[in-house]
Design a protein around this ligand. Structure first.
Ligand SMILES: N[C@@H](CCC(=O)N[C@@H](CS)C(=O)NCC(=O)O)C(=O)O
Length: 312
């Protein structure tokens, strides 16, 4: 299936949140363009599009830039409705499990994937790169409301979750909420994939055959069909495209379209983005901004986990 606007994903291969979106692109058998971005700051070509947001991945649809996988997944579901990631029988449960997985489960996976012995093996011969990653991530978590867990707590939480998942999957459906994958599958999958693909800690999955079978079925969905373009090409695409807004007006109290606002994540990597409020509804806020290289772009954020304020 090919939507009217090219789907462009800005990401890098080892990013778990990007893997969440790549597997959704696979489940929906979408054709997309891939832009490989740096894993650490500075990211000038990402920031040209977002205005400051630095997390991975971002989705570009022409001059519309979608931040955060919670919103990216909803946009992809609207572009390609099948399989439906938000089916009625799990309308509340699937996004609720996904929100837990993206925060608590992911937070218990990170310290395991960053264990010194894992990093040493992963980055053998590339110690400067390793140091740059460790320094970058420490800076990103500074003043975070979701600080890095001590390793023993992370391991305990992670193994408890694996045990519960093993039990639930033993019942025999292919996916968590039946025989078609929902947002919950992709969100629970990515923190597990992050650990399972690493040396040393990959062994933690040894005694969880149902979890492994379920992970194999998600992996088998693939990543869709992608072709690589570079970030300058992506910026030129934004510059030559028109912003598309899905609606008009704003439901945010005390804020009118046209007001200058600042939007920032509230958990970590809290870099603010400033622009003019263009549109908001119950799930997203959209601002427009003018960039020297990308031209006029609309940047979309989910409302959950973001602060939205009038600029001072
Ligand atoms: N809430 C965000 C979290 C994204 C996130 O934390 N991504 C990690 C990579 S998997 C990240 O941005 N790390 C820093 C970076 O890539 O610069 C989302 O769902 O997209």
């Amino acid at each position: 299936m090919k939507p009217a606007t090219d789907i462009i994903l800005h990401h890098y291969p080892v990013s778990p949140f990007a893997e969440k979106i790549r597997t959704i692109l696979g489940a929906k058998q979408l054709t997309w363009k891939s832009v490989i971005i740096p894993r650490v700051m500075p990211k000038p070509d990402v920031v040209a599009l977002t205005g400051g947001y630095r997390k991975t991945p971002i989705l570009q649809l022409g001059a519309n830039i979608i931040c955060d996988t919670a919103l990216i997944a909803r946009k992809l579901n609207a572009l390609a409705p099948m399989p439906d990631l938000y089916p009625a029988h799990a309308a509340m449960s699937a996004p609720a499990v996904a929100a837990w997985a993206d925060s608590a489960l992911f937070n218990s996976a990170v310290p395991l994937a960053f264990l010194p012995e894992v990093l040493a093996q992963t980055f053998a011969g590339r110690e400067a790169e390793m140091q740059a990653l460790v320094t970058d991530r420490a800076a990103m978590r500074k003043d975070s409301s979701l600080p890095r867990l001590p390793v023993h707590e992370a391991r305990n939480n992670f193994m408890l979750s694996l045990g519960k998942l093993e039990k639930e999957l033993a019942i025999g459906t292919t996916y968590l909420f039946g025989n078609s994958p929902t947002i919950a599958d992709f969100a629970v999958y990515h923190p597990l994939w992050f650990v399972a693909t690493k040396p040393v800690v990959g062994d933690l999955f040894k005694n969880y055959p149902n979890v492994r079978r379920w992970m194999d079925s998600i992996q088998a969905l693939g990543h869709g069909n992608s072709t690589e373009i570079n970030s300058s090409e992506a910026i030129a695409i934004a510059r030559n495209a028109e912003i598309v807004l899905e609606g008009e007006g704003s439901v945010l109290p005390n804020l009118q379209p046209g007001d200058t606002i600042v939007v920032a994540p509230t958990d970590y990597g809290m870099d603010p983005v400033q622009g003019q409020l263009a549109y908001s509804n119950e799930v997203e806020v959209v601002l427009t901004r003018e960039d020297e290289r990308a031209g006029k772009v609309a940047v979309h954020f989910p409302r959950v986990n973001y602060s939205i304020k009038k600029a001072e």
